[in-house]
Design a protein around this ligand. Structure first.
Ligand code: HEC
Ligand code: HEC
Length: 282
């Protein structure tokens, strides 16, 4: 049925001399070829920056922890069913409730540096912004444009898990962590990559929200064979996010230019705890 729906598109593309994208299921990524010339080079650079964000000479000054974009978006954002970024470019410009603004894909990329990477927002239009955005746009080759009026998320973003505080068991989270996570991430959380402490994501990052971390763990961890039950993912998320990590103060993460497409220009978030702090005591 899908292929029948795509057939006329394939014909139009064939007539225009552009190679048609392969028909695909919901999980399968479309076939993509690197364009020739400077665009192809820029896309390739973007992938490199995505994988080596903290060590590459073009991006390392903007990163203040031990993570790369690929630490949370495995297979350079192309992992089917994981924290994939395939299709995300088709959702932008999108409404972002956090910034209370319509933001571009470039904005979203640059904002990740302030939060998930605990660093500084690189300049709009600079080499990292252009290359990473080019790479993510290329990952969306063949996607139907469907701008998102509710959230800056793509069509395949992973679902959050609901967290019922009365059922969360952090002792079970600790036991599961020792058994199934510590071999790679360290008993002290400082393995590769670190999952708490000053070298991990800060309190302003998506993963600092236990509902998102639980959803993330469910689709990505352990790598290559994610196997957690919902309740296990939730207990682990509460355990990991009760450990110390950097607070977030937006004003300290805007780069030298201060350029920031947002209506919300002040934001302070303290590192999460478990049980969560009572409302009003952020
Ligand atoms: C610490 C983990 C982490 C790191 C590191 C990280 N991200 Fe993400 N990223 C997330 C999570 C979690 C979400 C989903 C957030 C949500 O649900 O609001 C996300 C969402 C996104 C999105 C929105 C698309 C979607 O549909 O989910 C983009 C684009 C993105 N990240 C790009 C990047 C780039 C570029 C970098 C590196 C500069 C990066 N991320 C680093 C965790 C991370
Ligand atoms: C075999 C090694 C391995 C195991 C086991 C494992 N991870 Fe990971 N984890 C990784 C790697 C490697 C990454 C970086 C992404 C990738 O390459 O898949 C990662 C990324 C992460 C991230 C996002 C990046 C960060 O550092 O914050 C979190 C959170 C995480 N893992 C938590 C867990 C939890 C909780 C478990 C136990 C259920 C677990 N992992 C099991 C290797 C592992």
């Amino acid at each position: 049925m899908l292929s029948r729906r795509l057939a006329p598109l394939a014909l139009v593309l064939a007539a225009s001399g552009i190679a048609p994208v392969a028909a695909r299921g919901a999980e399968e990524a479309p076939a993509r070829e690197l364009p020739e010339g400077p665009l192809g080079d820029t896309i390739r650079l973007g992938k490199e920056l995505f994988e080596r964000t903290g060590t590459h000479p073009l991006t390392r000054r903007y990163v203040k922890n031990a993570l790369s974009c690929a630490s949370c978006h495995p297979q350079a954002g192309a992992q089917a069913g994981g924290a994939t970024l395939v299709g995300v470019a088709a959702a932008y410009p999108a409404w972002s409730p956090r910034e209370k603004a319509v933001i571009t894909l470039e904005d979203r990329v640059l904002n990740c540096f302030m939060r998930s990477m605990n660093g500084q927002r690189p300049p709009n239009g600079g080499a990292p912004a252009v290359a990473i955005t080019a790479y993510l746009t290329w990952l969306s080759t063949g996607e139907r444009i469907a701008q998102n009026p509710k959230a800056p998320l793509g069509p395949r973003s992973f679902p959050k898990l609901s967290v019922d505080p009365s059922k969360v068991d952090t002792a079970r989270g600790a036991a599961l962590y020792a058994e199934r996570c510590a071999a790679c991430h360290g008993e002290d959380g400082q393995g590769d990559p670190p999952v708490w402490g000053p070298r991990s994501y800060n309190a302003g990052a998506g993963l600092a929200d236990a509902t998102k971390l639980a959803g993330f763990l469910k689709v990505t961890m352990p790598p290559d064979e994610p196997n957690l039950q919902d309740g296990e993912a939730v207990d682990l998320a509460a355990f990991v996010n009760a450990k110390p990590r950097p607070d977030f103060d937006l004003s300290r993460h805007l780069g030298p230019s201060g350029a920031y497409n947002a209506t919300v220009r002040e934001e302070r978030v303290r590192a999460p705890t478990w049980p969560p702090r009572p409302a009003g005591k952020r």
